[in-house]
Design a protein around this ligand. Sequence first.
Ligand code: PEP
Ligand code: MN
Length: 333
Amino acid sequence: MIIELKPSVSRDKANELGKQVKGIVVQDKDISCLVTSSKVKEIPSAIAEFVARTHVMDTDIQLASRSYRSATRTVELGNGKTIGGNTGNTVMIAGPCSVEDVEQIAQTATLLNSLNIGVMRGGCYKPRTSPYSFQGLGIQGLKMLADTRTAHGFSIITEVRDATHVADVIEYTDIIQIGAKAMYDHGILRACGATRKPVMIKRGFGTTLQEFVQAAEFVLSGGNADVILCERGIRTFETKTRFTLDLCGVAFLKQYTNLPVILDPSHAMGYRYGIADLTRACTAMGVDGLIIEVHPVPEVAKSDAAQQLNHSEFRELYASLEAVANSVGRKII
Ligand code: PEP
Ligand code: MN
């Protein structure tokens, strides 16, 4: 249950009441809310006099729920950009899987600038399946991203592999990415809840929608209202493609949550040949954003070489998206 307290209730008092009802105190703008388990269906009588309003919930998808907030949240991405809300925009995020060197990032910047794309991706802490693969450039890579951000005004999204990376990612970039393998890491979720930077959570490949949104609840209930969800494919019996993109799940997230939703066709497909068609299908879902891996020479990429588009493939794909977006009343930016 989400219990909105009267505006006259001080923060100290809200903390005291929170302890009384075993709830988490969350500030929603100027209003203090107590969020208890969804099993609680009635206002505890001891606090009734302080309560302005309650939201009885069916499940522990609470702060992220449309029944709590009917409008999709607007999340600031830094450098004046936003995602979500009712803009009707679908924000394109593009860049390499991993940051590899200065030249690669410069080429990516040229590509994005030529298409007016304002959000760049690039991983510096890579959660690889093998310890013998390239693990990312770490802080050195973050500095390359920070330089391109300063030079071109991009918003930058990059992933954390553990909670100790959060502070550096915040210092050098704009949006924290929590990867599919990291989304169960409560150290990361709690560290992200304590920041005021936007956080994009990628769905684990064996994660139910309930678990996925509950991961977002950890960040939201930690006090960070700026959470974005990303569907990037789940594991099914199928092995011909890398994962299976769950578009039904995306319909669920759009219907029942108030968080902006991004689709990642690159990791779902795993192979270059399917990315363009899949991206158009994703665009037709009317989502808030798309994240696509592009690399100047994908064949020599240090991670996810098979799925990254080269720059001319990306340009061709990008040119085809506007019509699809328009057909569902949206605009690609
Ligand atoms: C990535 O975005 O490069 C990545 C590692 O994604 P995921 O966490 O979805 O596997
Ligand atoms: Mn990748």
